[in-house]
Write a protein that binds this ligand. Structure first.
Ligand code: ATP
Ligand code: MG
Length: 436
């Protein structure tokens, strides 16, 4: 694509400009010189390309000026595109003219050598330029693009709920408190309660927004601020909301395979693997989970919540995502609907990713009956006064309804085969980190 006479590296790499004279601009990722040639690797935000500058093919002055170029300097280059198998990406630009826009300072902190994870987290503002982070961030963007597409194609309306709230929905232990003038408020853990209000206005809704959880333990799969893709639908039961997730993920997997195949491949997730993970996803009940874990000699009693250790063990049994359904009422938030056929379990379903990743979505059917909601609020020791407006929703036009929440970074970590969830987001917030 051409903008102000400049072309994107990605379109050069897809063969659109072979043999043509082009102008590009970007950052100098790397440079070396050999004999009468300078080899540049130039990154422009769409891709990275080799550019060669030959003595005699540019003004001598420019050739000498290029010697002082430092890593991350910004440049405008003019040259002719050649197919070249030896070049990374298969193309190179033979430079005819160069314009230095900014000469970066010497000593770019991220050297071409091994750096420890803490160092890279401290220099995250620079590390996001790395090839690996570029790929992950691109996959993440394409994931959300495709997800939004699916919701739009299926009659869902995007809805936004507040971030500053007064009533908890996922339990008090992970709430962040903020000073709100002369009183206190919390940061939202989920859009849940507001979504249930909004379905009476819009029917089927979704959102993509940050959720905040003061997770007190250090794990590889918890951030304190994460992006939450949530959906809620009126007239939808447990089976319906599982189907929604299957259709959504099928669309997303297809889109990613088509739109970012090279990124996925180089992150260790060839698109064929996504094709293999297509829905339908198996459904197993929580009761079955108890049996499976017992057979695997994992200490786990009926009524316990699934943690990472248990989920990891469980994922050994599956090679694509699978649902765990009917969790005990005691391990789910108060708004989950108890199964009318068996009050000790809820009409809930979590989706777990294979390969040891575990929970990527949590959801199910919500309580629609006033008395039942009041009973559950009381059983959980919550104050009904805090939930007055929410309780009202069961007084005026209650409907069967369901929804789910998907942790964007959880899915990206799994799809991109990351060891730690922090790399699924540009600037991770963790128990011990809010900088940079
Ligand atoms: P977990 O048991 O793993 O802490 P949860 O049961 O607290 O998860 P839910 O309240 O069901 O999670 O939230 C919906 C989804 O949000 C989860 O399935 C997960 O993908 C994601 N999620 C929850 N907490 C976090 C977190 N701290 N960091 C990143 N993603 C999260
Ligand atoms: Mg949690």
């Amino acid at each position: 694509m051409e903008k102000n006479g400049f072309v994107d590296v990605s379109s050069i790499l897809s063969g659109c400009y072979t043999g043509e004279k082009v102008r590009i601009r970007g950052w100098l990722d790397n440079m070396r010189s050999s004999g009468g040639i300078h080899f540049f690797l130039v990154r422009d935000g769409t891709g990275i390309i080799q550019c060669t500058m030959k003595k005699g093919k540019v003004d001598n002055e420019k050739f000498e000026e290029a010697r002082k170029l430092t890593q991350e300097s910004t440049l405008e280059l003019t040259g002719t595109v050649q197919e070249d198998r030896r070049a990374p990406g298969g193309y190179e630009i033979r430079i005819e003219d160069m314009n230095i826009i900014h000469l970066a300072e010497e000593g770019y902190p991220i050297a071409k050598k091994y750096h420890g994870p803490e160092f890279l987290l401290d220099h995250r503002h620079l590390w996001i330029r790395s090839e690996k982070m570029q790929k992950i961030l691109r996959v993440r963007a394409k994931f959300l693009e495709a997800a939004r597409e699916w919701f739009q194609l299926n009659g869902y309306t995007e809805f936004h709920s507040p971030t500053l709230i007064t009533a908890a929905c996922e339990g008090g232990s992970t709430l962040f408190t903020v000073k709100y003038f002369n009183t206190e408020a919390y940061l939202s853990q989920s859009w849940q309660l507001y979504a249930e209000a909004a379905i009476a206005s819009l029917g089927k809704i979704y959102t993509v927004a940050p959720s905040f959880r003061a997770e007190k333990s250090r794990t590889r799969r918890h951030l304190t601020e994460y992006w939450h893709l949530e959906a809620e639908a009126a007239w939808c039961d447990l089976e319906c909301i599982m189907k929604v997730q299957e259709d959504l993920l099928a669309h997303v997997f297809n889109a990613l395979s088509e739109r970012v195949p090279r990124e996925l491949e180089s992150l260790g997730r060839p698109p064929e693997e996504l094709a293999r993970m297509m829905p339908p996803f198996e459904r197993i009940s929580y009761d079955e989970v108890v049996d499976i874990l017992a057979k695997k000699k994992v200490k786990f009693n009926w009524g316990d919540d699934l943690g990472w250790t248990e989920e990891q063990k469980l994922t050994e049994e599956f090679d694509k995502p699978f649902f765990v359904t009917h969790f005990p009422t005691g391990v789910k938030a108060f708004y989950h609907k108890p199964d009318p056929a068996r009050q000790s379990v809820t009409l809930s379903a979590d989706l777990l990713a294979p390969e040891g990743y575990g929970e990527i979505t949590g959801g199910g059917q919500r309580i629609d009956d006033l008395e039942e909601l009041l009973r559950r609020i009381e059983e959980e020791g919550l104050n009904p006064k805090d939930y007055e407006w929410y309780i009202d929703l069961r007084r005026y036009g209650s409907v069967p309804h369901s929804g789910f929440g998907l942790g964007v970074e959880r899915v990206i970590a799994w799809l991109c085969k990351l060891n730690h969830i922090r790399d699924a987001i540009a600037f991770p917030r963790l128990i011990n980190r809010v900088y940079p």
